[in-house]
Design a protein around this ligand. Structure first.
Ligand code: HEM
Length: 405
């Protein structure tokens, strides 16, 4: 008997919940600090809903990220998915699925190559890529903001940063989409991506370039290096994490701005407000994740609720960032508020490695949009948007807009 059948009384993280995310989390958070819930795959999880608990949980060493432990739990509860899971395991052996000391070792190696200098070095390319995409948008009376701008910008940036051939960038988009959103196609996508990454790493070994992938190949720490499988899973992580997230930062953020025309007008009048606006966009409707998973290595207690060992804990980032005990009137989108301390990039040892890059891309994207298209409007009803149905990502299915030039 599946957990879904066993616990029909538990709230289910289903299509309706995703469409009304904030109302659902508000209801649950007001009722309890920790709520047992069922995911769409029938997995039972313990959702941490309040800010203080979420922040503490993200930094709690008793809550493990380790993939094989998590996989055991998932496979035990989800036998139908076992084959697919086993197959993509290699790619998932990356640092976001590891605990110290393995995590510490990999993170040290990757920050040697993926550092502030390299990100800052991308600034003028991000400006150029963004401006080029907006040039093309200006030709249209109506476009999908996601297709025309929010998707291509981060994929092009992360591909250039890594040194992925231009000809393969459409494949990358298809693969990452399949991995995140289409479980039935994800096995095939994982194989295709892994095969390509093997070739790419070989090519960079033969001909080193001034890119992140070469940096990762050459990164050393006390004579330690990334092995071949570690390189592949690291690049896989960077591509998926660096692509699907920034898209939603732009999409969800522009939605919030257009739903609050006074805030849009304030940015048009003073683009100097953009960095603060991006933080509020991250807090208000962050791109990842509805939640992020951990596994209890031992029994823990949160908000007075006992969670036994061996359970899956889901830290509700979207819920924590809208907790009225931390952010006054959280449902009000206000680009002048102090949104610092939001958990959109996580917290603790797994704090987002790409936060600096994501902020840079988000800030350039929003500044370019308000400067170039001050009369940007939604083409459809702003009350009737459709959210993608994903357990991890919080993003729109599409976002038709009129650039208004
Ligand atoms: C980790 C959010 C963009 C690379 C994380 C985590 C969050 C997050 C919440 C921690 C997950 C956890 O603790 O379970 C975001 C958001 C982004 C974004 C909201 C965009 C707005 C990026 C970009 C990159 C990236 C652009 C890379 C190019 C990573 C990596 C980790 C990570 C490598 C794992 C770090 C570790 O395990 O030590 N991200 N991310 N992210 N992110 Fe991001």
């Amino acid at each position: 008997m599946s957990t879904t059948e066993a616990h029909t009384d538990l709230p289910v993280f289903d299509h309706d919940f995703v469409q009304n995310l904030h109302a659902g989390f508000d209801r649950i958070r007001a009722a309890t600090p920790v709520q047992r819930m069922v995911t769409r795959h029938g997995l039972e999880v313990w959702v941490i809903t309040r800010y203080d608990d979420a922040r503490a949980a993200l930094a709690d060493p008793r809550l493990s990220k380790k993939n094989d432990r998590m996989q055991e739990v998932i496979q035990a509860k989800l036998p139908a998915d076992a084959d697919r899971r086993e197959f993509v395991d290699g790619l998932l052996e990356h640092m976001l699925n590891m605990d110290p000391p393995d995590h510490t070792r990999l993170r040290k190696l990757v920050v040697k190559a993926f550092n502030a200098r390299r990100v800052e070095g991308m600034r003028s390319r991000i400006e150029e890529i963004s401006a080029g995409l907006l040039d093309a948008m200006a030709e249209e009376s109506e476009v999908d903001l996601l297709d025309a701008f929010a998707f291509p910008l981060p994929i092009q940036v992360i591909s250039e940063l890594l040194g992925v051939d231009e000809s393969r960038r459409d494949d990358f988009r298809a693969w990452t989409n399949a991995l995140v959103d289409a479980p039935d196609d994800s096995q095939q996508a994982a194989v295709a991506m892994a095969q390509y990454l093997v070739q790419l790493i070989e090519a960079k070994r033969r001909e080193p370039a001034d890119d992140l992938l070469t940096g990762l190949i050459e990164a050393t720490e006390d004579e330690d290096r990334l092995s071949e499988p570690e390189l592949i899973s690291m690049v896989f992580l960077l591509l998926v994490a660096g692509h699907e997230t920034t898209v939603n930062l732009i999409g969800n953020g522009v939605l919030a701005l257009l739903r609050n025309p006074d805030q849009w007008a304030a940015l048009v009048a003073d683009p100097g407000l953009v960095p603060a606006a991006v933080e509020e966009m991250l807090r208000f409707d962050g791109p990842v994740m509805h939640g992020t998973f951990r596994h209890t290595a031992e029994p823990v207690e949160y908000g007075g609720v006992q969670i036994p060992a061996g359970e899956i804990v889901w830290v509700g980032l979207a819920s924590a960032n809208n907790d009225p005990d931390r952010f006054a009137e959280p449902g009000r989108f206000d680009i002048t508020r102090d949104a610092h301390g939001h958990l959109a990039f996580g917290h603790g040892i797994h704090f987002c490695l790409g936060a600096q890059l994501a902020r840079l891309e988000g800030q350039i994207a929003v500044r370019h949009l308000v400067e170039r298209f001050p009369n940007l409007r939604a083409a459809g009803s702003l009350d009737d948007v459709q959210w993608r149905f994903s357990t991890l990502m919080h993003g729109l299915q599409s976002f038709p807009v009129r650039p208004g030039v």
